[in-house]
Unconditional design. Structure first.
Length: 475
């Protein structure tokens, strides 16, 4: 990355550093989790067992992201987890973009379904793919020489991580999210990100995904040795200090004003995303992956991207944030476009982002759980109770209603959140519109609520898209 190089030095506050022993333990735990490609123990167990699996989906199906025929559940939406019958029986991992879905088989094949307006399904030009076929899972073309071990997505592109650490992308992004070089905005077949050749990518961050993380036009990728690369749309400092002088987007002011005028922030957020995706002029874009020099000498253990903000968890337990802070999604009062510490009084183990809110699974003291306990901490946009708690939105605080549980993974959507516990239970909260909570209705839930219809199933993985969810279970 071009621009000034500055080694990050965390302040000497007690909550931003762990004791040496804890730091080593956290480092070991996170590195093992990332290298195995497993976000929680249940998935790790599955990797060692040749079990048949099934993928269930629920929520908004208007773009086909559920992978279900409309006739099977009486409409485009699924109000309870519903099995996708057209997938192979050996799915080992799942990923969710804004409006489409991905699934990796045990043999390293990749399947995709959902929105294909930008060619993100890997089926060739979108004009050649009938809209009524979007909901049909099909194998991604052009990856025959790649053994895929994980897959990630944003709203407009998809990415596959090869077992050799190579990164492959396809779709359409005017903001450089493909990372294929200056001016490359569209590829209909998987293409390798050559700027990352020689690096072993273990995690990416698009919005709503893990290992590689993509936001609204920006992306982060983490290597096996803890380096962090970023590229794409760099407005509002969402990539830290990478690249040219950062410009301020009008999105924050627009969203606040429009929400006040219409009374529906959900509708405004949708309109904002669609409108901004169409803008092309004067965009600060980093066209190829560049090293985040701010973190020279600092090992990164986890990354996550929201719509216009980013999170990076360091191996010493320090959680950093950058980008827009309109709704307190950075979790800090310190201003600046640099990656700076979140005001966190807990010990984060993993992180995730929704559209405008942030989530962290943290180690916490507990009187109810023997041994170490964990909880979910949330902050940021809380229009539909997606934070799962009351109190200040701009300050990280514990999600209510998880006492006695051991959450091991959390994922955020547009205005809802989910968490998987070590007991294999799925808890959901936030907006229930279109069945995105999987509870059989459109009702909102202010606190984590158990998805009882999954009782008796061994849940291996659960992820959220903008308005839909995927659950991988042992069959």
């Amino acid at each position: 990355m071009v621009g000034p190089s500055a080694k990050f030095i965390s302040p000497p506050s007690a909550h931003t550093h762990l004791a040496h022993k804890d730091r080593n333990m956290l480092h070991s735990l996170l590195r093992k989790r990332v290298r195995l490609g497993a976000p929680f123990p249940a998935f790790r167990r599955f990797c060692c067992r040749s079990l048949k699996t099934a993928v269930l989906s629920f929520g908004d199906g208007s773009h086909g992201a559920l992978g279900l025929p409309a006739s099977s559940f009486g409409g485009e939406d699924a109000y309870e987890p519903t099995r996708i019958t057209s997938l192979p029986p050996d799915i080992s991992g799942i990923g969710a973009g804004h409006y489409h879905s991905l699934a990796v088989t045990a043999d390293g094949e990749l399947w995709a379904w959902g929105r294909n307006e930008e060619g993100q399904l890997g089926r060739g030009p979108s004009s050649s793919v009938p809209r009524d076929s979007w909901n049909q899972p099909k194998k991604v073309e052009g990856l025959n020489q790649v053994r895929v071990r994980a897959a990630f997505a944003s709203g407009v592109i998809s990415a596959a991580l090869g077992d050799d650490g190579s990164l492959w992308v396809w779709g359409k992004s005017k903001r450089g999210q493909l990372g294929l070089g200056k001016g490359v905005t569209e590829v209909m077949v998987p293409s390798r990100v050559e700027a990352l050749a020689g690096e072993e990518i273990v995690k990416m961050g698009f919005i709503l995904s893990k290992q590689v993380s993509f936001g609204w036009g920006h992306a982060l990728a983490q290597t096996s040795n803890g380096k962090l690369f970023g590229w794409g749309y760099s407005a509002e400092g969402r990539l830290g200090q990478i690249g040219q002088a950062l410009e301020t987007s009008a999105s924050s002011a627009y969203l606040s004003k429009a929400a006040a005028d219409s009374g529906s922030a959900l509708e405004v957020a949708e309109k904002l995303v669609l409108e901004e995706m169409g803008k092309e002029n004067n965009m600060p874009v980093i066209w190829e992956p560049c090293l985040v020099h701010e973190l020279d000498g600092i090992e990164v253990a986890d990354v996550a991207c929201g719509l216009d903000h980013s999170l990076a968890l360091c191996c010493d337990g320090t959680l950093l944030s950058c980008g827009s802070n309109t709704y307190g999604q950075l979790g800090r009062t310190t201003e600046g476009s640099k990656m700076l510490p979140v005001d966190m009084s807990f010990q984060p183990l993993s992180i995730s982002s929704g559209l405008g809110h942030s989530l962290a699974v943290c180690r916490i003291p507990s009187q109810e759980v023997a041994g170490e306990a964990a909880g979910v901490v949330s902050w940021g946009w809380n229009w539909n109770s997606q934070l799962g708690r009351r109190g200040p939105e701009t300050f990280p605080a514990m999600v209510e209603g998880l006492d006695g549980e051991r959450p091991v993974y959390a994922s955020g959507g547009r205005v809802h959140s989910i968490a998987l516990t070590s007991q294999g239970e799925l808890r959901v909260w936030g907006c229930g519109k279109n069945g995105r909570l999987g509870l059989g209705s459109s009702a909102d839930e202010a606190e984590p609520t158990l998805v009882e219809s999954l009782d008796g199933l061994e849940i291996l993985q659960a992820v959220s898209g903008f308005d839909h969810n995927l659950v991988l279970v042992a069959d």
